[in-house]
Write a protein that binds this ligand. Sequence first.
Ligand code: ZN
Ligand code: ZN
Ligand code: ZN
Length: 398
Amino acid sequence: VSTRSIEPARYAERLADVQQELPEQDAAAMLVGVGADLQWLTGYARWPSERLTVLVLPAEGRATLLVPRLELPSAEACAAAQADLLELVSWEETDDPFALVAGLLQERNARPEIQLGALGGTWGRLGGLLVSDRLWASFLLRLQGAVPDAAFGLASTVLGPLRAVKDAAEIELLRRAAAAADRVIASTAAGRLIGRTEADVAHEIRERLVTEGHDEATFAIVAAGPNSASPHHEPGSRLIEVGEPIVIDIGGQLEGYCSDTTRTVWVGGAADDGPDAEFRALHDVLERAQAEARRAVAPGVSCESIDAVAREVIAAAGYGDAFIHRTGHGIGLEGHEEPYLVAGNETPLAVGNCFSIEPGIYLAGRYGARIEDIVVCGQAAGESLNQSPRELLVVHGT
Ligand code: ZN
Ligand code: ZN
Ligand code: ZN
């Protein structure tokens, strides 16, 4: 779903920012296929298909969006085309779009020192082509055939750091998506759970995500009882019972921007005495780890140190081996994108970074828990876009 809330001027800035970076990467141009990269650069949201759609963005000069003829009206409606920030070229069903890309690279090259005129010959000082990471292999191999002397690299080297810094309009969309997901967590926790299958509850969550303002639901993990120890559990036919936890991890897209939040509830029913002592202790540790990691967020703090803060709290309580994934991932037009909060990532956080903080503790065969918020790095500290209560919710489920 396309993004309506981004000003056209932002697309001009983004295209220019990329162009400025290309020579730094020894790249003559960037080729961007369908996906979040293309949406971020042009506002064009399109599902991937076997017909090539590609933005050809040279280091200097105008960008060209090459699209299949039948999708030309859709492409013309995108923000960057409406603002006349690019040329639109369409290809017919019998054309070879890869040869057209090679031709565009020659003719749109505005920098004489870039030897694109000699395709198949010398590339000169700047010879590389950066291709978007999600471009299908079937496209990339044919592009390599059409431009055989180019050195290909990943566009994420340029786009990753740029996309990781969200502007005010993007943060507002992420905030709206987070608030909508919070409302779904609240209504799900307050609703009937006992005796229903995980899959049934997950289906209801998907519908509610849309009702609450998402354009589409992306996923709904409902992991009850022992399944709560499987972080990416696929909701199935298991019936939810009294006296067990449920990990509820849900997300959707609002104008292309993603939500992603997790809360763990305990199904108390009428007869249950509530969570056992170990689960309470486990969830307390988790809540502390998640809160301390959130509090550690500030510009300049490394991604890996946020992971370390959460991990130390959990390890000190003896659950180190049960925290089996990284602490978080960036979020934006993709559910998982840079920056990744993981050991080994020394990248410092920057103002405008948006990412999850989602430590978990999983005891295989028994139960598990996770708490996940989307946090934005502000001038001095982090701010959680998710606001639902983080303490262990004991719900009636009836
Ligand atoms: Zn996950
Ligand atoms: Zn999640
Ligand atoms: Zn997540």
